[in-house]
Design a binder for this molecule. Structure first.
Ligand code: OGA
Ligand code: NI
Length: 207
């Protein structure tokens, strides 16, 4: 089944071309997002999430005061039809991004993330220029009933001045964000309710 909304994708890509980031609440149907949120909670109940790491290779470590979420990678051989569907949507988006931007995106990786109350993810860049193959970051938020004061906003900072806040995005169910991974310093503000999302990266290598 095709879930992506074509006209919304055009708008999203238009913004991405002009601003290097884009956000829309209309790319994926809310019902699909609801199912994904339920899936995250089922998998959480099964105890499958693990503390998220920072850094790579030898410098890989865990530090909940810098990054407090737990994650679960969604692999190609996932047993769940819903998660296969999520990967198919991302594969379609990868193709569309390549057609529009000639980015040479060869693959993607994606995980669920759960931020427990009081968790945050301090300011970072997902990919330092030349250091690895993450080209575009994407996030789909899965929080029904999110309200002001719950925290957990995604803050994007000005690439020319890391101290200047550029925009904040609230993690409402169905809100989808794309940004160039090597461009934007960003952080997840401390949240006061459990915060669910699907995060990932389109990559220029085949992993
Ligand atoms: C990340 C990240 C942002 C968010 O996982 O690298 O920055 O809003 N996530 O969840
Ligand atoms: Ni990040």
């Amino acid at each position: 089944m095709k879930q992506i909304h074509d006209i919304e994708i055009e708008k999203l890509f238009h913004d991405l071309a002009h601003k290097e980031w884009a956000c829309s609440a209309k790319v994926f149907p809310l019902e699909f997002c609801h199912h994904l949120a339920e899936k995250a909670l089922d998998l959480q109940r099964e105890g499958l999430f693990r503390a998220a790491a920072i850094g790579r290779g030898a410098s890989k470590s865990h530090n909940p005061s810098i990054r407090g979420d737990v994650t679960l990678w969604i692999e190609e051989e996932s047993a769940s039809l819903l998660l296969i569907e999520w990967r198919e949507q991302l594969e379609l988006m990868r193709t569309l991004l390549n057609q529009s931007f000639y980015l040479g995106l060869k693959s993607f990786e994606t995980h669920f993330a759960i931020y427990p109350p009081q968790a945050e993810y301090q300011k970072h860049i997902d990919n330092h220029r030349g250091s690895n193959a993450r080209a575009i970051t994407f996030i789909l938020y899965l929080n029904d009933h999110w309200k002001k004061g719950d925290g957990g906003e995604l803050s994007l900072f000005d690439p020319r001045d890391q101290k200047t806040l550029m925009t904040q995005i609230e993690p409402h169910l169905g809100t989808f964000v794309l940004f160039r991974s090597e461009v934007f310093p960003h952080q997840v503000e401390k949240n006061f309710q459990q915060r669910l999302s699907l995060t990932g990266w389109f990559r220029t290598d085949s992993q």
